[in-house]
Write a protein that binds this ligand. Structure first.
Ligand code: GLV
Ligand code: MN
Ligand code: MN
Length: 423
């Protein structure tokens, strides 16, 4: 099957079933729908379990061998060919205000690849595997990409199981509760290669009128939680000059991040996505604010510099405002470069199938960035309408979703016959 990285020879007759792909995406989206057309399936909730149960039933319908490991990663293998599998996959957990496509598309397209091969008598040289990785979003349990991180041995199972959710429970207990504490070995099998298909979640492809992104890497991510403790007091009687107000300090931190991003240039992004104020009342100067900082850059040196500047600012403002500031690291991943050989396969197949294609880095975090630690890896992006994601309005044209799934199909077949020792 297929060819090597520099010479794709595609069977143009072989293509995925567009209606089936869309049916499955829409069926999964019927679990835990929210207003505006999106989904809320925070990791390891009952909704996540219902989504898992549905996708696992589809995996079993395809006679795939389904295993679940100690952190709930689900790996389904179609046992054909020999050697380690060529793997695809993504996640089906969502943020609280998630869309239908983030993660779900990649998993469902993987099943489409397997079913298309099975129905057309195509027998790849390697097994094909589809993974659903636990808690990619990190919205309920930090860090993000937690399941794939553990899958590649980047965090111990014990450490992961002890992480607590933003709403209290321990990850290990939630896995047992929803019936997804498995026994498959972890770290898991190292794939022959890994390709993840995903919506772009940003505006670049659409702005450039390009259908496919051949993703060259993922920017670095730094997450921390900042807790500011001040002096709670009466809103009417406390003179401004005597205040130690954590809400004011939180606002100054948000402004500092915005200005820092402007100074560092377009590769620097900073977000304050979660702010909890206590006691959160109109006429009380707050006692405490807890806020999250999400700081990302494609350049590790600049990311470190940004982190140092933020730390210095926190010290400075704690002193000047007479508050106490403590920080807790939630996630820290360096920028990742994908495997040039896999990027080239994706780019060539996309072009051969008649798609406009560009190379680009990913602004969002993805499971592929963890798999890249252990095997040749890259990603395929399709456009997001208006660049909107992590929002129920997230959407992608059906033709683009179908084009991406066909590239995944041919890329996986190509990688089955790529001898990485030789290319
Ligand atoms: C995951 O979606 C992330 O990039 O935050
Ligand atoms: Mn995702
Ligand atoms: Mn996401």
């Amino acid at each position: 099957m297929g060819a090597n990285a520099n010479n794709s020879s595609i069977n143009h007759e072989l293509s995925i079933d567009a209606a089936r792909l869309m049916d499955r995406i829409m069926s999964l989206a019927e679990i835990s729908p929210i207003a505006g057309g999106g989904n809320c399936r925070l990791a390891l909730t009952d909704d996540d379990r219902d989504g898992r149960d549905l996708v696992v039933s589809w995996m079993r319908d395809l006679n795939m061998e389904v295993s679940v490991d100690a952190v709930g990663n689900i790996i389904a293998v179609w046992n054909v060919g020999s050697g380690p599998p060529v793997m695809t996959g993504s996640h089906i957990d969502t943020v609280r205000t998630g869309g239908k496509f983030d993660g779900n598309y990649g998993v469902i397209a993987g099943l489409e690849v397997v079913q298309t091969c099975q129905q057309n008598g195509v027998t790849p040289d390697h097994p094909l595997a589809v993974g659903i990785f636990t808690d990619e979003e990190g919205a309920r349990f930090a860090p993000d990409m937690l399941g794939s991180l553990v899958y590649v041995g980047g965090m111990t199972t014990e450490e992961a199981l002890d992480i607590t959710a933003i709403d209290g429970p321990r990850l290990g207990d939630e896995l047992v509760r929803i019936g997804y504490a498995g026994s498959a070995p972890c770290p898991g099998v190292i794939p022959h290669a890994f390709v993840e298909l995903h919506i772009e979640q940003g505006p670049l492809l659409e702005a450039n009128d390009v259908r496919i992104g051949a993703v060259t890497g993922v920017q670095g991510i730094s997450w921390q939680e900042v807790t500011i403790v001040g002096q709670s007091n009466h809103a009417g009687t406390t003179p401004m000059s005597l205040r130690h107000d954590p809400t004011y300090v939180a606002a100054e931190i948000a402004v500092f991040l915005r200005k820092l991003s402007a100074r560092y240039g377009s590769h620097q992004v900073c977000t304050v996505g979660k702010v909890d104020v206590f006691p959160n009342l109109i006429n009380v100067v707050a006692a405490r604010v807890t806020m999250t900082l999400d700081i990302r850059n494609t350049d590790e040196y600049l990311l470190q510099r940004a982190e140092m500047e933020v730390a210095a600012f926190l010290n400075e403002i704690a002193t000047s405002e007479g508050v106490t500031i403590t920080t807790k690291k939630l996630a820290r991943f360096e920028p990742v470069e994908f495997d040039e050989r896999v990027v080239a396969v994706i780019e060539q197949i996309s072009n051969d199938l008649g798609n406009t294609t560009q190379r680009m880095p990913s602004g969002a975090g993805h499971d592929a960035q963890m798999l890249a630690r252990v095997c040749p890896t890259a990603m395929i992006f399709v456009p997001s309408i208006n660049g909107i994601s992590h929002n129920p309005a997230e959407d992608t044209e059906t033709d683009d979703l179908v084009a991406g799934a066909n590239i995944l199909l041919h890329a996986m077949l190509n990688l089955c016959s790529t001898d990485f020792a030789k290319v």
